[in-house]
Design a protein around this ligand. Structure first.
Ligand code: DGI
Ligand code: FE
Ligand code: FE
Length: 194
């Protein structure tokens, strides 16, 4: 899919605010790709498309999870956790996106996971730090990602903040979110392979 087609697709489907967020995530991911020597075309496309399924009907999302044998634990969660995995399936099946890195970046953009590819990392971080985000503490993550060359530490800090927030509200934490937190914990002495 070409970038213009992706923009048209998302513009038509999403409310204006969410569309503008998608453009900012793509722009941010391209900036990060410049710093970390990532693939700008891939992160741009994944950034534009990543929230395409954000407001899909929950019933149709559960159907996709079941029809495509996705992790059955997804069925215990709402659209916050489902929209990434569902979007990746739709982009592959209905829009012919075959690139595995783009599909993984879309799939895992909310939770992250252990051992992300560079494209996944860039989209995951861009979603959190795009200039429209005003989450308390986001400046620290921007500094890690833009100025310190510390992409993996940024990932850990994002996961940590997300998990602390969820727990403080008694919201269940999805397995991949925890796996991401543990994998990118730089204080843990285990040897990590990337
Ligand atoms: O779609 P966006 O709003 O741009 O951002 P996102 O896809 O990162 O979604 C963020 C939401 O997802 C936020 O409300 C926290 C929630 N979230 C992230 N990890 C988990 C989670 N919610 C649950 N229940 N469990 C998780 O592990
Ligand atoms: Fe999202
Ligand atoms: Fe997003």
């Amino acid at each position: 899919m070409k970038i213009d087609q992706a923009i048209d697709l998302v513009k038509e489907k999403l409310p204006e605010k969410r569309f503008n967020h998608s453009l900012r995530v793509a722009e941010t991911a391209v900036k990060l790709a410049d710093i970390y020597d990532g693939d700008k075309d891939k992160v741009e496309l994944a950034g534009i498309l990543h929230d395409y399924s954000k407001y899909d009907d929950l019933g149709s999302m559960y159907q996709i999870v079941q029809q495509h044998n996705l992790d059955s634990n997804l069925l215990s969660y709402g659209s916050e956790i489902l929209h990434g995995p569902v979007c990746a399936i739709i982009m592959e099946e209905q829009y012919g996106i075959e690139d595995e890195e783009i599909l993984l970046a879309i799939k895992n953009h909310t939770t992250g996971r252990a051992q992300m590819t560079l494209t996944e990392k860039l989209v995951f971080v861009a979603d959190y730090i795009e200039p429209g985000r005003q989450t308390p503490g986001v400046e620290e993550i921007r500094d890690l990602a833009y100025n310190q060359g510390s992409l993996d530490i940024a990932i850990y800090e994002i996961s940590k903040r997300t998990v602390l927030h969820l727990i403080s509200k008694d919201i269940n934490v999805y397995d991949a979110t925890i796996a991401c937190l543990n994998y990118y914990n730089y204080s843990d002495e285990r040897v990590k392979d990337d």
